[in-house]
Design a protein around this ligand. Structure first.
Ligand SMILES: Cc1cc2nc3c(=O)[nH]c(=O)nc-3n(C[C@H](O)[C@H](O)[C@H](O)COP(=O)(O)O)c2cc1C
Length: 339
């Protein structure tokens, strides 16, 4: 049997050696609260590169200080951040991984001192701050911050940029009618709610020619919220704008209950892939090789993203190859122990 999981995948001239992607995961490990890369990030991300992950997407990285989820988040709002990312990218690439970064703004889910901003002045829940409604000047500044972040990511040598449009953070807050109650051109119709993301994608593309992913929450789990069907329209627009792949997650724009089970979000990836004829990544409780292989062979996604399983097992690609009965290249230092 030839495993699709271990077949290469090329996007805009960037070839991933397999279909295994490390999903972005916040490490909250920048203790000086300045957004800089630390030793922890070197160890953590490089371990997965040694483990033969095809594409490693560095955690949600804030494009402005106010856009951090926590004070310990990584940041890319300053030229001084570039050097740390350059070193990190170099380490990951030394082991054959391709590298991505998730550019993010937390919107109303920022847990920070001072003002936080969102499309509308509605708190996520009673424990969180009420954000300030963004002015059009705030929106323009935020779009510019995503552009600057992308420019710095390019300078750092990343292969892929992923825009964080999921999990109830700023872009998701604009997309969903549950969190966007604006009456200007950024609220109301789907086209208006999409406007911020449209502007961010366009701005990023003025400085970035490489593969561009967008992570979305394809279901709000609320009767007045968005579903994967709504995201087909957004995905068609993203495709027209030149986005290469939609990384399909779900939820967290409001505090709704989510029923989780193995592969619980794969169906949304399939809906968007078929509905918009765009490449997708599936994520969410994907833990076994056979499950990943099924998703790929049945064309329910083009890439599989793993988060927590890669925390438990940084060498998951090796584990998966054994499960599927295929052999994959080992780091040469580990050849004697790889089989
Ligand atoms: C520790 C941790 C941090 C996370 N941080 C991010 C993040 O920075 N950006 C993001 O889009 N998702 C984040 N997620 C969500 C994961 O990327 C993933 O979508 C989710 O955990 C489901 O996949 P899994 O079942 O393989 O863990 C995080 C998850 C975990 C466990």
């Amino acid at each position: 049997m030839t495993a699709k999981l271990f077949s290469p995948y090329t996007i805009k001239g960037v070839t991933l050696k397999n279909r295994i992607v490390m999903a972005p995961m916040c490490m909250y490990s920048s203790p000086n609260e300045d957004g800089h890369v630390q030793n922890w990030h070197h160890t953590h991300y490089t371990s997965r590169a040694v483990g033969q992950v095809g594409l490693i997407i560095v955690e949600a990285t804030a494009v402005t200080p106010q856009g951090r989820i926590s004070p310990q988040d990584l940041g890319i709002w300053n030229d001084e951040h570039v050097k740390g990312f350059q070193e990190l990218v170099g380490l990951m690439k030394e082991h054959g991984a391709k590298t991505g970064i998730q550019l993010a703004h937390a919107g109303r889910k920022a847990v920070l001192e001072g003002d936080i901003i969102a499309p509308s002045a509605i708190a996520f829940n009673e424990k969180m701050k009420t954000p300030k409604e963004m002015t059009t000047a705030d929106i323009a500044e935020t779009v510019e911050a995503f552009k600057k972040g992308a420019e710095r990511a390019a300078r750092a040598g990343f292969d892929v940029i992923e825009i964080h449009g999921a999990h109830g953070y700023l872009i998701n807050e604009f997309l969903s009618p549950l969190s966007n109650k604006r009456s200007d051109e950024y609220g109301g119709s789907a086209e208006n709610r999409y406007r911020l993301l449209r502007e961010v994608i366009d701005a990023v593309q003025t400085v970035w020619i490489g593969p561009l992913f967008v992570r979305v929450s394809a279901h709000d789990y609320h009767e007045e919220g968005l579903t994967a069907e709504d995201y087909i329209t957004f995905a068609q627009w993203m495709k027209e704008q030149g986005v290469d792949l939609i990384d399909v997650s779900s939820g967290a724009v409001i505090p709704a209950h989510i029923h989780v089970y193995p592969g619980y979000q794969v169906k949304y990836s399939e809906t968007i892939k078929n509905g918009a004829e765009i490449s997708t990544g599936a994520v969410g409780l994907i833990t076994s090789a056979i499950q990943a292989e099924e998703i790929l062979q049945n064309e329910r996604a083009d890439l599989v993203f793993l988060a927590r399983e890669l925390l438990r097992d940084p060498y998951w690609p090796r584990t998966a190859a054994k499960e599927l009965g295929v052999s994959i290249e080992a780091p040469k230092q580990y050849e004697r122990g790889w089989i």
